[in-house]
Design a protein around this ligand. Structure first.
Ligand SMILES: NC(=O)c1ccc[n+]([C@@H]2O[C@H](COP(=O)([O-])OP(=O)(O)OC[C@H]3O[C@@H](n4cnc5c(N)ncnc54)[C@H](OP(=O)(O)O)[C@@H]3O)[C@@H](O)[C@H]2O)c1
Length: 269
């Protein structure tokens, strides 16, 4: 009989923002959280085990999963939350900078999921939560690569869910809107961002986005949505916390693309 309860979880990006809030909330609910990040920091709690793990190192990710299995004998869920952002017009973004954006958010999540899949298949149970974004279904100018990477991760989550369903593995994309975290100060700008034809619009646009982030939801709101899915017998495929962002998601599906583009342009360009 497959095990159905999540008691041991691997979390990436547990040192700050949404990850730190998620680690604290799950730990308070009695879930053991292996909270990983490059710094290895995490909220203090008896149920939180802070670990240094760079999601860009396939080896480190595999070692971490083996370490958890050697201690716990099982791993019930993985939350791929580690991420960062880079801003700048597409023309002002080098291929290296675009790759940087895909490295942590996309391939870092892929490496983490890949390390967990054999364990989940063997157990006949496992939950995979990816932290994507509202930017996965709304095109964000001057953060085009961020939007692209989150859209890619969302699609990966959906396609993967079909592949792994026969093995008792479930997937869910949690899609936050603006959230007040360290994400804003960690955002990088492309080398050419301040020295090009797009600079004035880019500065206005990204300043508005950053203001919205800093006035955004507390990360606990996203943590609660993640906890709710972990508790459920059957996770939802995608979850967008807060009513207004859910409304945006529905409108993005219903409205003609032309209208969505006009609205986003009005807002950011
Ligand atoms: N804030 C928002 O408005 C918002 C909206 C939608 C989606 N999101 C998504 O939410 C997720 C969490 O972001 P946040 O807002 O909580 O930002 P944050 O406060 O900057 O946290 C980012 C976390 O990722 C970790 N991280 C970064 N690179 C890493 C790497 N290579 N390996 C391991 N850990 C790494 C950081 O820890 P170290 O620096 O210690 O490694 C940190 O714990 C991201 O995927 C982000 O795209 C955020």
């Amino acid at each position: 009989m497959a095990k159905k309860q999540c008691t041991v979880v691997l979390l990436t990006g547990g040192s700050s923002g949404i990850g730190a809030a998620t680690a604290a909330m799950l730990a308070d609910k009695g879930i053991k959280v292996y909270a990983t990040s490059r710094s290895g920091k995490a909220p203090e709690n008896d149920n939180i085990v802070p670990l240094v793990m760079d999601v860009n190192s396939e080896e480190a990710v595999k070692e971490t999963v083996s370490h958890i299995i050697s201690l716990e004998g099982h791993l019930d869920a993985v939350i791929c939350n580690a991420g960062n952002g880079i801003a700048g017009a597409v023309e002002d973004t080098s291929i290296e900078e675009a790759r940087y954006q895909f490295e942590t958010c996309y391939f870092g999540s892929v490496k983490t999921i890949d390390a967990c899949l054999p364990v989940f298949r063997q157990q006949g149970f496992g939950k995979i939560i990816t932290v994507t974004s509202v930017a996965a279904f709304i095109p964000i100018p001057f953060q085009a690569y961020y939007s692209s990477v989150k859209a890619a991760l969302l699609m990966l989550t959906k396609a993967l869910s079909l592949e792994v369903k026969p093995f008792g593995i479930q997937c869910c994309s949690v899609q936050p809107g603006d959230t007040k975290t360290g994400f804003t100060s960690a955002r990088k700008y492309t080398a050419k961002a301040y020295d090009g034809a797009y600079t004035d619009t880019m500065k206005r646009s990204v300043a508005k986005m950053e203001k919205d982030e800093q006035n955004g939801m507390p990360p606990e709101k996203i943590a609660k949505a993640i906890y709710k899915q972990l508790k459920k017998r059957k996770m939802r495929l995608n979850v967008t916390p807060r009513f207004d962002y859910r409304a945006i998601e529905v409108l993005a599906k219903l409205l003609p693309t032309k209208m969505i583009m006009w609205l986003v342009g009005k807002l950011y360009c």
